[in-house]
Design a protein around this ligand. Structure first.
Ligand code: HEC
Length: 111
């Protein structure tokens, strides 16, 4: 576990600098590129072997039910605790699309 953190931070840094804002229209690709290293491909916050990646479980239906789109958008644009801010890389409209097209459907898929 102690070794996982520097690797995770490296991955995160690479992901951040690699994500060009030009082609943010494909929200699923954007998620896989910029968010999956912390939140998991399925949003569960876990990697392919079930290991915890450090991001929140975005697929949790109870959390989703009590969380507004606007709160998620704010966290994406401004960051929250150890979650980095993405406001320099995407517009508010793009962040909202990420929420409605990628994050919201994750809850339905999981349960
Ligand atoms: C470096 C790891 C990391 C990356 C990259 C990352 N997140 Fe997060 N994210 C976190 C952590 C940690 C939290 C939990 C923050 C908290 O609630 O204290 C979080 C929380 C969130 C939340 C919930 C905020 C709330 O109000 O509870 C959303 C939504 C979210 N992330 C979406 C995204 C999206 C979309 C991306 C990609 C554009 C992304 N995250 C990239 C680590 C990350």
């Amino acid at each position: 576990m102690r070794r996982a953190l520097p690797i995770l931070m490296m991955l995160a840094a690479t992901g951040l600098s690699a994500s060009a804002p030009a082609d943010t229209k494909d929200m699923k690709a954007l998620y896989q590129r910029s968010c999956a290293m912390c939140h998991g491909e399925d949003g569960s916050g876990r990697g392919p072997n079930g290991q915890r990646l450090g991001g929140k479980d975005l697929a949790n239906p109870r959390w989703q039910a009590r969380t507004r789109d606007s709160q998620m958008v704010k966290a994406i644009l401004k960051g929250k605790d150890s979650m980095p801010a993405f406001g320099a890389q995407m517009s508010e409209a793009d962040a909202l699309k990420l929420v409605t097209e990628v994050i919201r459907p994750m809850a339905a898929k999981k349960h």
